[in-house]
Each structure stands twice: as C-alpha cells, then as structure tokens.
Design a protein around this ligand. Structure first.
Ligand code: SF4
Length: 473
C-alpha cells in the first residue's frame, strides 16, 4: 500500500476536483453592464475552479474578453472590468485536467470569423475530443490550446454559415462526453447541457434579463431568481425579448454526477431539484443507520463533512461538535517542500481542538476518501490530541475508478479503495473502525429516484468511455 508524506498530503490535495464553473448574463437593455454581474457570479462559483478565470462580453455586436491565471478577484480589477463592459457576457472559472494549467487553456474560448464572433465557456470533458480535433486540423483549422473545450468553439465557428441554431445542433450532436455550456454570440446567449445532464446548469431570471449558471447559488449572489434546471439534451437561446428552447437529442437519460451533491457543489445550491445541504444531512443520517458505532462525539471534516456529521449525530443520538478546524486559505501549490518542517506541516491544513476530543471516542465524517492521505493524518492528529478511539464514516461509497466527465481523479493505482478491502484500508489509516455509505444509501440520500452517475464508485459509466469496459471495477 502506497505511503505518503505530510507534504504529499498538502501539495497533492487529497480530494477529487471539480473542473470548471460557467456563468452567463443577458440583459435586454443594451446600456446596462453584464460583465460586472458575471464577475459576482464567478466569485460564487470560485469553489469549482481556482486556477484561471475569464469573462467575455458583447457590446455593439462585438465580443471583448479578458482572462488570466488565478482567482477571479486576482484576474479582474475594476480597471479590467471597465474594459469589457457589454450587455451580455459569459464567464468561466477553471481547474485544469484536460490540458495543462496555462493561460492558453483559460476560458472562455473566443473565435472571431467572417460571419461574427462567439465565446464558449465549458464545464465537462469531451470523450471524443482527440478525434474531433484531428478532423478539424485536417480541415485546416488551427488550435491555440491543448484544451478539449476549444474543439467546441471551432466546431460552432465552422458550422456557423448554416445559421446559429443549426450550427449548435450539429456541433453538440457531434461531440461526446459531458458538457454544460454557456455560449455568447454577437446577439444571443446560449445554454446547453449534454444528453445525460452529467454536469449541472440552471436558468435564472433578473429584472430585465436572464442568467445561466453552473449552480443556483450564483444566481442568488446577483439577486436573480432561480427559474429551473436546463434539461439533459436541451438548448436554450436567449435573445432580445425572447427565450427559445429545444431538445437536440431524443436519447436523453439523466445521469447527473452524484459527487456534485457529496462534495463539489456549494451546500446552498439546488441541483436538478435536490437541495445539496439536505442531501448531505440525509447521507449522514443513512450512514448512522447503516453503520452506527458507540461514541462520545461526532465531528465533520470541513467543509462538506459537516452537514453529514450533523445528520449522523441526529440519527445515532451522538453529540455533534466542532473538533477539526481547516485553514480555508491553503492552496494546492502554496508551499514548496523545503519551506516548512515536516512535523508542523499537518496543522497548516487541518488542526484539532484538543479540549473537544480528549479522552473521547470520536467519529469523524468525511465526504470521500481518495488517496487516503488526509484521513491517515486526521486519525494521527486526533489520537495525538488524546482521542481514545477514532472511527471514520464516509458519506460516499469507496472511489475505485477514474472519472472521465470533468472531474480530476488520480490514476486508478493511487485510489486507495482500488484493490484494498475496507478492513485493509482501516488498518492502513490507523482507525478503530471504517465504514462507507452504500451505493443504495447514497441514492436514497439524493432523491431515491435514480438518474445519477455513479461511475467512480461502480465503474458503470452512463456513456461509453474509450478504454473502459464500463461494467464495473
Ligand atoms: S464518474 Fe464520479 S465524479 Fe465523474 S461524473 Fe460520475 S459520479 Fe461524478
């Protein structure tokens, strides 16, 4: 079993990562500014990507854009926002997986061509990006990045002479994989979601305008009203005084990413009619029902483990407390190995409130175990602070397989649940007991109805993935 250092833990960041967030605003009044609203929307989606940010806006039938590396607030100063004023705009925050972390891969991707210009913000991963890219390159179309998302902007631009609606339909029928898109043209704002709806996208309304957002929390942030989720396989075209919507695929089967509810999304968001906070509370309650253990205290690993710990505490009548504190400002690459001493490193990211855990039997609730490094460290620091017993409960099933739909997963060999039984894992983490929620329990915590992707838990993916049998792992 692979061991790792404290610094590995901090530097590699032992979590799966959401790849991107998208946001778009269309305002009917051409004198109003949409770019600053997109800025605030992106701030609310910052948890979905911290490596780069970008905004493109349409003014006088031309698209201007700015993008850069870093957080939204680092990239967009008031002076930069002044330069991209426009009455409709799209924005993007990115955490890279497909394509490296460079400014070339930052979004939105913008193409200016004879018939107009478009900007595309994409959340997801295309499973046939290489094939599409080769076809476009053979047709003489050049690329400026290694991102799969650039094939979408180039395909739409190539098909544009057929008219926008046809160009969109032809493009999205050609691409495969997961995509939630916010597309800006010289005249309209467009939203589209793949036929399985793997990544979330919703529609909101503003006084005199419309909003597209990866999560409903970003609609709330700019004072908008949530209208509805974009359906799997649906396109929405928002223009002056009209919203046109159509389905581009007859073969739609909802398979929204279950990890959105477990970990990625903000707890104040509602995705496909399921409220994220409620789902986390229920996951904790179900964990309590499935694998209760006698204990004096239950604590959640911040942030997403906290609602589940509250649910577990309610279900098992175990007192809930705040035993672990997380520094919110620790980035993925904030530190080099020689900057701090090994023995001090663990408390940079998580620290324990010793007075809360001393001499107690403690249950810690985490959203997931990926490499296992964080859990191992947490057990060690809790025991170091005097906890009598440490039991781990996890509100997602074991992550055994990679994700191909827009989530950054370690190699299969680095997933600690791949090839190890729960008891082997428990020993490796140094815990007194370990249990994961069942797949059935997770589905019950969502809405009990199905329609979720569970690929990284079960190996059964909603769409074929090159190189994966798709029948379990
Ligand atoms: S494989 Fe896992 S992380 Fe990827 S979309 Fe499916 S549930 Fe989400």
């Amino acid at each position: 079993m692979k061991s790792s250092t404290v610094l590995d833990d901090i530097i590699t960041d032992d979590k799966l990562h959401e790849e991107c967030g998208v946001f778009g605003v269309y305002l009917n009044d051409p004198s109003r500014d949409a770019a600053s609203l997109v800025y605030y929307g992106l701030l609310s989606l910052q948890h979905r990507g911290q490596e780069s940010a970008g905004i493109a806006a349409t003014k006088d039938k031309a698209i201007e854009y700015r993008k850069g590396m870093g957080l939204v607030s680092d990239v967009f100063t008031p002076e930069i926002l002044e330069q991209i004023k426009g009455s409709s705009a799209v924005g993007h925050v990115r955490y890279s997986t497909m394509g490296s972390s460079t400014i070339d891969n930052a979004q939105p991707f913008v193409s200016r061509f004879k018939l107009g210009s478009i900007a595309v913000a994409h959340n997801g991963t295309l499973t046939n990006a290489n094939v599409v890219r080769e076809l476009l390159e053979d047709a003489g179309i050049g690329f400026t990045s290694s991102s799969d998302s650039e094939v979408i902007v180039n395909l739409i631009a190539k098909n544009y002479k057929k008219g926008l609606e046809r160009a969109l339909t032809d493009t999205i029928q050609f691409i495969k994989g997961s995509y939630a898109l916010a597309v800006l043209t010289d005249e309209v704002l467009v939203g589209a979601r793949d036929p399985n709806g793997i990544r979330p996208l919703c529609l909101g309304q503003l006084d005199g305008g419309w909003i597209l957002a990866s999560e409903s929390c970003a609609i709330d942030a700019i004072g908008g009203k949530f209208v509805r989720d974009i359906e799997p396989g649906e396109v929405v075209i928002i223009g002056k005084d009209q919203v046109l919507t159509f389905s581009f695929s007859e073969k739609t089967r909802r398979a929204v990413c279950s990890f959105e509810y477990v970990y990625f999304a903000r707890p104040d968001s509602i995705i496909d009619k399921v409220d994220v906070y409620g789902a986390r509370i229920r996951a904790g309650e179900i964990l309590g029902r499935e694998s209760a253990v006698a204990a004096d205290l239950v604590i959640g690993v911040p942030d997403s483990g906290i609602p589940a710990a509250i649910g577990y505490g309610r279900a098992t009548k175990t007192p809930y407390g705040l035993g672990i504190v997380k520094s919110k400002y620790v980035g993925r690459t904030f530190i080099s190995p020689n900057q701090i001493q090994r023995e001090k490193a663990v408390s940079v990211k998580h620290n324990v409130i010793a007075s809360e855990v001393k001499d107690k039997r403690v249950v810690i609730i985490d959203d997931s175990i990926v490499r296992g490094t964080t859990s191992r460290r947490l057990v060690a620091i809790l025991k170091g602070a005097g906890a009598k017993e440490v039991h781990i409960r996890v509100c997602s099933p074991p992550v055994r397989c990679p994700c191909y739909f827009g989530i950054d997963t370690p190699h299969r060999k680095d997933l600690i649940s791949n090839g190890n039984s729960v008891s082997e894992l428990c020993r490796s983490l140094g815990a007194d007991s370990l249990a994961f929620i069942s797949v059935e329990g997770l589905l019950e915590a969502l809405d009990g109805q199905g329609g979720y992707c569970l690929g990284c838990f079960t190996g059964e993916y909603p769409i074929p993935v090159p190189g994966e049998a798709g029948d379990g792992c």
